[in-house]
Design a protein around this ligand. Structure first.
Ligand code: KIV
Length: 284
């Protein structure tokens, strides 16, 4: 275990004041959470992207609250000090403010989260307001919002045109005014992200593929280590080819078991000769 101090809301706002970028990654399991905590990551998002990265669905839509709670609990066990965010899955907040508050409350009570995140602009401001008035810190998510990928016409940059960019800027202000302490901008042009960051009064702006001018950066863990087999988004720098390392190891295992070079004596346990002799007698 590391001797890090718990990352809190004041820690995050202090980083903004000191112009220190905030580091944020997705994570879905205990051993990865343990490594991220040791590496000094500020924030972890247990994203509903786990539907794709961990469960093999083609989108995030089939993910349930039960899936989210189970994975978020595991992450919290591995990373007790990070600022932990539960991602509200599809239909856990869209139906009503009350549904949103109840499910946000589950993340806090059952998985020891520090905050929740939900997708959408001004139309979700009442959900953010309700959640915040229940005492739960809330994060908005604008730009490419995967739960609306069908309505958005696919996984593509949002806000390239002036009108669409203006809507994203207005949505960011609506979420901030509803009480969101942070907004994630996913796949929004860098200049739009910069404008939103400059206009934020008491709200932290984070970038996923939206350029360097936000208060910090988020990446999807599976993208940064080449662990997602279906595609590699352009915005995700690969920091290590872990997928390739694992594949090489798996192929070696298959080869060594097949050619009987594994296991070797150091990989098994033996029994003292006298005990073995006695066992032979017992079996007679
Ligand atoms: O589910 C997730 O990981 C997310 C990111 C794409 C921001 O919401």
């Amino acid at each position: 275990m590391t001797d890090r101090k718990k990352v809190t809301l004041p820690t995050l706002f202090k980083k903004v004041t000191n112009h220190e970028p905030i580091t944020w990654l997705t994570c879905y399991d205990y051993p990865t959470a343990f490594l991220q905590e040791q590496a000094g990551i500020d924030m972890i998002l247990v994203g509903d992207s786990l539907g794709m990265t961990m469960l093999g669905y083609e989108s995030t839509l089939p993910v349930t609250m039960e899936d989210m709670i189970r994975h978020t609990q595991a992450v919290r066990r591995g990373a007790p000090k990070v600022f932990l965010i539960g991602d509200m899955p599809y239909m856990s907040y869209q139906p009503s403010v009350e549904t949103a508050i109840r499910n946000a409350g589950r993340f806090m009570a059952e998985a020891s989260c520090d905050a929740i995140k939900l997708e959408g602009g001004a139309e979700m401001a009442d959900r953010i307001r309700g959640i915040v008035s229940a005492g739960i810190p809330a994060i908005g998510h604008l730009g490419l919002t995967p739960q609306s990928v069908s309505a958005l016409g696919g996984f593509r940059v949002q806000g390239k045109g002036a009108l669409q960019a203006k809507k994203i800027i207005d949505d960011a202000k609506a979420l901030e005014q509803a009480g969101a302490f942070m907004i994630l901008l996913e796949m929004v042009p860098d200049r739009v992200c910069k404008l939103i960051t400059q206009r934020a009064d008491n709200c932290i702006i984070m970038s996923l593929g939206s350029g360097p001018d936000a208060h910090g950066q988020l990446l999807i863990y599976h993208d940064m280590f080449g662990l997602y087999p279906r595609f590699r988004p352009r915005m995700a720098k690969v920091f290590g080819e872990a997928g390739k390392v694992i594949l090489d190891g798996l192929s070696s295992y298959v080869k060594e078991v097949s050619d009987k070079s594994f296991p070797q004596p150091e990989n098994w346990f033996s029994m003292p000769d006298d005990e073995y002799d006695e066992l032979q007698n017992l079996l007679k």
